[in-house]
Design a protein around this ligand. Structure first.
Ligand code: AMP
Length: 636
């Protein structure tokens, strides 16, 4: 059967190379652009989102049009960031690996210029460059563009936003007049239109998807929380999605650093990416993220531009961007290469108007989602663990030698008991952490939280009763009657002082008359059940149990959140850091601690979810190009 890339006019060498990369069928943008660009006779404007297969859309035709026998620059690709530059160069090297004498050079700032000059001197046909460094090299008269036949301006809107207009003008003035220019842009603001008009002659225009429309594979959700609960909400979202692999966007470098530091302290596998880091530091962070040795990348808009990491499951807008158009770039980090993704906005009730604006601009509806309760999170994590246990690859050769000893240790326990204990080992840690978790959802127009009133009564028991949590439930084979006697016997109270008993799986809630609450606490001080310390606590003011049912429904509706499991992180192993160092606490970096796929350590966490008040400090990314683009962009 003929390969579909061959049908588009791509030669065998290149087809075989893309096959090796797993490209079986062309993406829509490739299908539309390749035949047009292969003619090599037109200027071209492609309005396309990132992550749609743009690089191959222009890269494959370029490889067909270049004369690789000649060691002179024939194609110049300009792009906004170092990351994108490296990615494009790398892609082109991969696409051309079967072509004899094909040479691609990446020219970007923050790296040794001598090495780049050396590569250029050795003879290259394709230059992929960021504008600043390109201009530097042109200024040194170290490159001759007189044979350039094709110029690609990739992510043109971003280059303009970053203030590269003059640099681009200067660079293009050194290329021949009869070259063809191919421009790709996610959006088409007036400035990009102007470039198309000034530099191009009757360009063929293709729009992939509707103008300004976000990627169809991305679902958009928003959560309304009080400003002070933002960080807790972020953690709740992450905990509810055990397989999350996300980019979290903050507005400023300071916020980025702050959120990342709090997450790391709380035991999550996170790191920050922003413009104050040295190039080497940024490369390191990106490498860890790309290799899945990090679960959460906390980034500023500028630093994250052009990041192409596959299988990012979620983009989280910890703060909405200042410029509306940045939202498309942010959300485009997920849902790449035909995968689905979720873009989440954590907002306060005053920002709902911005969501409506975004809906209008990207032409898609945002779903208002409810933050899961602590109970939902516990349940989700428990079953994530159960699935992992079920699917874990067993190293028979290694484990077999220990089996007799293990069996001996467990000989008094039934299979059910072993399973219960095993699941509890991890699950108890979530329970500990979430037993007092408040409801973080705020209603539209609800700014009570900012005034410090948090609906104190919502989690309380009936009038005159105190609602208590107990870490025993139906899995411990308690019926409601058993629980009643257990409470009365240990709490040293009469049955009529006990109100509602709400039996859950591994924990329960019960009410006792306010007057006897202290007696019950006293009575349960050192009670054990099946070798386990029994714990009772006042149910949190958010009422995890109350409303758990209805919110859980909400949680399940968001099944997209948990629906990636199969394809992701297959090598990820267990959900948390395993092993004996758990008690050592959740502080410190998790560098390299990922062989087990471990992410966090609940035993080491602060109980106070709001520990990390990272609220927007108002400082913006300042300086140079990192923040300098704001002026021209569309504000809210
Ligand atoms: P790009 O928009 O060029 O950054 O591509 C986004 C991602 O899609 C990259 O990881 C590519 O490797 C991948 N990709 C591009 N074209 C195809 C294709 N035809 N089939 C499968 N994956 C592709």
């Amino acid at each position: 059967m003929t390969n579909p890339f061959q049908l588009l006019g791509i030669s065998d060498d290149v087809v075989n190379a893309v096959k090796d990369l797993g490209f079986e069928t062309p993406t829509p943008i490739q299908e539309q652009s390749i035949p047009v660009l292969l003619e090599g006779t037109n200027d071209f404007v492609g309005l396309a989102q990132t992550g749609t297969g743009k690089t191959a859309a222009f890269g494959l035709p370029l490889l067909e049009l270049i004369d690789f026998k000649v060691n002179k620059p024939q194609a110049l690709i300009l792009c906004p960031t170092r990351e994108l530059c490296l990615q494009i160069a790398n892609d082109l090297k991969n696409f051309s690996k079967n072509i004899a004498n094909a040479h691609v050079v990446a020219v970007y700032g923050g790296a040794n210029i001598m090495q780049q000059l050396r590569e250029i001197r050795q003879g290259i046909q394709i230059v992929v460059a960021t504008p600043g460094r390109m201009l530097d090299i042109i200024g040194r008269k170290a490159i001759d563009f007189s044979n350039v036949k094709y110029v690609v301006l990739d992510e043109a809107d971003e280059m303009l936003n970053m203030g590269f207009q003059d640099d681009i003008n200067d660079i293009l003035s050194t290329t021949p007049d009869d070259k063809k220019t191919w421009l790709f842009s996610a959006t088409m603001p007036a400035e990009v239109r102007r470039i198309a008009k000034n530099y191009m002659d009757n360009p063929v225009e293709l729009t992939m998807g509707t103008k300004n429309t976000g990627n169809v594979n991305i679902e958009h959700e928003y959560y309304i929380v009080r400003a002070r609960d933002k960080y807790a909400a972020l953690k709740r979202i992450v905990d509810f999605n055990p397989e999350i692999f996300a980019v979290v966007f903050c507005k400023t470098k300071l916020d980025t650093q702050d959120v990342a530091e709090h997450l790391i302290k709380d035991g999550y596998n996170a790191d920050a990416l922003h413009g104050d880091l040295s190039q080497q530091q940024r490369d390191k962070v990106m490498q860890r993220f790309r290799e899945r040795n990090m679960q959460l990348l906390i980034a500023t808009d500028v630093a994250a531009r052009g990041i192409d990491v596959n299988n990012v499951t979620h983009v989280i807008n910890y703060s909405l961007p200042d410029e509306i158009e940045s939202y498309t770039h942010r959300s485009g980090r997920t849902g790449r290469a035909g995968k689905t993704g979720i873009s989440i906005c954590i907002i306060n009730s005053k920002e709902v108007g911005k969501i409506r604006q975004l809906e209008r601009i990207i032409g898609k509806q945002f779903t208002k989602a409810e933050l899961p309760t602590g109970f939902d999170v516990c349940e989700k994590q428990l079953f994530s663990l159960v699935h992992k246990v079920h699917n874990v690859e067993v190293n028979v050769e290694q484990i077999d030698q220990y089996i007799p000893r293990i069996m001996d240790e467990f000989k008094d326990l039934s299979k059910e008991d072993v399973i219960k204990r095993f699941a509890s080992l991890e699950f108890n840690r979530f329970l500990d952490y979430y037993s007092k978790a408040p409801d973080l959802n705020a209603a539209v127009g609800d700014d009570r939280g900012e005034r410090g009133e948090r609906g104190e009564r919502r989690g309380r028991g009936s009038e005159g009763y105190t609602r208590l949590f107990i870490n025993l439930g139906s899995v411990d084979e308690f019926t409601r009657g058993d629980m009643l006697s257990f409470i009365c016997n240990n709490g040293k109270i009469g049955g009529k002082s006990v109100g509602k008993i709400d039996l859950k799986g591994v924990f329960s809630f019960f009410e006792v008359e306010d007057a006897v609450a202290d007696t019950v606490f006293e009575g349960f001080k050192s009670v054990e059940f099946n070798g386990r310390q029994v714990r009772i606590e006042k149910s949190g003011d958010g009422g995890r149990g109350e409303g758990a049912g209805e919110r859980r429904g909400g949680g399940e509706r968001r099944s997209g959140g948990g629906g990636f499991g199969g394809e992701r992180r297959s090598g990820g192993g267990g959900g948390y850091r395993g092993g004996g160092d758990r008690k050592s606490g959740g502080s410190g970096r998790r560098e390299g601690g990922n062989s087990g796929g471990g992410f966090r350590d609940f035993s080491g966490r602060s109980r106070d979810e709001k520990g990390g008040n990272t609220g927007g400090s108002g400082r913006r990314e300042g300086g140079s190009r990192e923040g300098g683009s704001g002026e021209r962009r569309k504000k809210w």
